[in-house]
Design a protein. Structure first.
Length: 292
């Protein structure tokens, strides 16, 4: 796949602080969010890249590896392990990074790891092809952590989808792409998520928005109503003389924060007062009395 500069994607430089990364991600995510750019494939692709960049740069360990190894940062642990082995070999009389007996050729390892040909006439080792697929979820599916089984290249892969996954978000499953050639590493599997709209709730980031019908009698006199949420039913106390369009914020009843267990956004409820219909003559008389 084409190398993507994560810093450039978020519009920051390498000296950016964690707070700068967070602010840049939020700004870019709002700009390219699929809900604000319906049927815009370019915006969808940008949103996927923004999420991928944030996943790496917001994690100190991943960012350190990315800064050192660039597009090959995911192989950093293998590289460091081989480097350590070669160093030990050198200390015990081997030839270290230059090759020779005992421990293998470090340059061969580096080249095969990153998909280039091995040295000195050996067969070239090539990294396998990256695969991509799309998983369709409804909002309730995305609300809870759950498992799904994918069939990739004839093999079943069991994956866990964390609660809070975004529409258009892409995650990577290392090593589950196409097989490498001549012993080269496998490619990776990229999974994009398509989260369908919900008839009752609108999602923006980690917050949910819903409109709830309220009868005129409860709006005038006050009372208690029960509403549905994605997490079950909730009782609300309605104040007397509640006006049409009144908003109520339910903290922590929104959408789960991706990979932040126990954290969730808010649910904002807007009351829509419904005028009664098909009144009897007696009921009409009562309303006439009220009007007078």
């Amino acid at each position: 796949m084409t190398f993507i500069d994560y810093y450039k994607t978020l519009g920051i430089d390498k000296s950016a602080s964690p707070k700068d990364v967070k602010n840049a991600y939020r700004k870019q995510a709002r700009k390219y969010h699929p809900d604000l750019n319906p049927n815009n494939q370019d915006a969808k692709n940008s949103f996927q890249q923004i999420n991928e960049a944030n996943e790496v740069l917001s994690d100190p360990e991943k960012r350190k590896k990315y800064d050192q190894y660039g597009e090959n940062w995911q192989h950093a642990d293998e590289f460091e392990k081989q480097k350590q082995q070669q160093s030990q070999s050198s200390a015990s009389g081997g030839r270290g990074f230059t090759g020779g007996q005992g421990g293998g050729d470090f340059s061969d390892f580096f080249e095969s790891m990153f998909g280039r040909g091995a040295g000195r006439g050996r067969q070239a080792k090539y990294r396998g092809e990256d695969y991509s697929t799309e998983i369709h979820l409804d909002l309730q599916d995305a609300y809870t952590t759950h498992k799904q089984t994918l069939t990739v290249n004839g093999k079943n892969i069991r994956i866990t989808i964390p609660a809070g996954v975004e529409n258009g978000q892409t995650i990577k499953i290392p090593g589950h792409g196409g097989p490498g050639t001549n012993g080269g590493p496998n490619g990776d599997l990229y999974i994009s998520f398509s989260v369908a709209n919900h008839p009752k709730y609108k999602r923006l980031g980690n917050n949910l928005y819903a409109t709830v019908d309220l009868d005129i009698y409860t709006a005038v006199l006050g009372g208690e109503i029960t509403i549905d949420t994605l997490d079950g039913k909730v009782k609300l106390n309605v104040k007397p003389e509640t006006q049409n369009g009144t908003k109520v914020n339910l903290k922590g009843k929104g959408f789960p924060v991706y990979k932040k267990e126990g954290l969730a956004g808010d649910l904002q409820v807007t009351y829509s007062i419904k005028i009664p219909t098909n009144l009897t003559e007696k009921q009409k008389e009562l309303f006439e009395e009220l009007r007078k």
